[in-house]
Design a protein around this ligand. Structure first.
Ligand code: B4P
Length: 183
């Protein structure tokens, strides 16, 4: 299973990805988590990307794409993967398509978590991570609308949209149902 999770910041991509990756038996690859690990490890890449995360801006594609390319080359992706937070731009999606095509692979599905903006803003304010300040959250939502939402059309042939308002368990159930129905 090669799956991408997409949805606005705070939609619960990271939350669902953790559960779904276990259920599906594929590694969870989160670009946000990879960046935060670099920041806390004080690597050169971490120093380079910190300002983008702090301001709610997308990290430049060149940096993000190299990091994901390396991660996808690791052995544990042989049976598939669950990408959380990548791609976030059509340029990133083009690279992913090329990367998969070059090894005779393709994505099975893109799962969209559909949540209204007022709900996600409330969730993020309640979480209070370093980039969960109201002005940064608003900026991240704006970036989602302009940079990431076009992916919904890009992936229209394999897009599965689920209502992601409800309990974590209810949303996992909806996701698994949608994935089963698409097989
Ligand atoms: P991410 O780490 O991907 O974070 P996110 O989109 O804000 O959150 P997510 O949707 O995963 O929400 P979560 O499950 O955590 O990105 C952070 C930054 O990294 C970006 O702003 C950007 O700078 C950079 N970045 C990442 N990928 C990039 C890329 N490809 N290109 C360039 N830059 C990139 O849930 C949020 C909260 O909601 C949690 O507190 C959770 O407990 C709660 N929650 C989840 N499900 C819930 C539910 N059903 N009900 C109530 N609360 C729920």
């Amino acid at each position: 299973m090669r799956l991408v999770l997409v949805g606005p910041p705070g939609a619960g991509k990271g939350t669902q990805a953790q559960v779904l990756s276990t259920q599906l038996g594929v590694p969870h690859i989160s670009t946000g988590d990879l960046f935060r690990a670099h920041i806390s490890g004080q690597t050169e890449l971490g120093r380079e990307v910190k300002k983008y995360l702090d301001e709610g801006k997308l990290v430049p594609d060149s940096v993000t794409i190299d990091m994901v390319r390396e991660r996808l080359a690791e052995e544990d992706t042989g049976n598939g993967f669950l990408l959380d937070g990548f791609p976030r731009t059509t340029a990133q999606a083009d690279v992913l398509t090329a990367l998969l095509t070059s090894t005779d692979q393709r994505l099975d599905a893109v799962l969209e978590l559909d949540v209204p903006e007022d709900v996600v803003v409330g969730r993020l304010l309640a979480r209070g991570r370093e980039d969960d300040k109201e002005d940064v959250i608003r900026h991240r939502q704006q970036v989602y609308r302009s940079e990431t939402a076009p992916l919904l059309d890009y992936y229209r042939d394999i897009l599965l949209t689920i209502d992601a308002v409800g309990s974590v368990d209810e949303i996992t159930e909806r996701a698994l149902k949608a994935l089963r129905a698409s097989e």
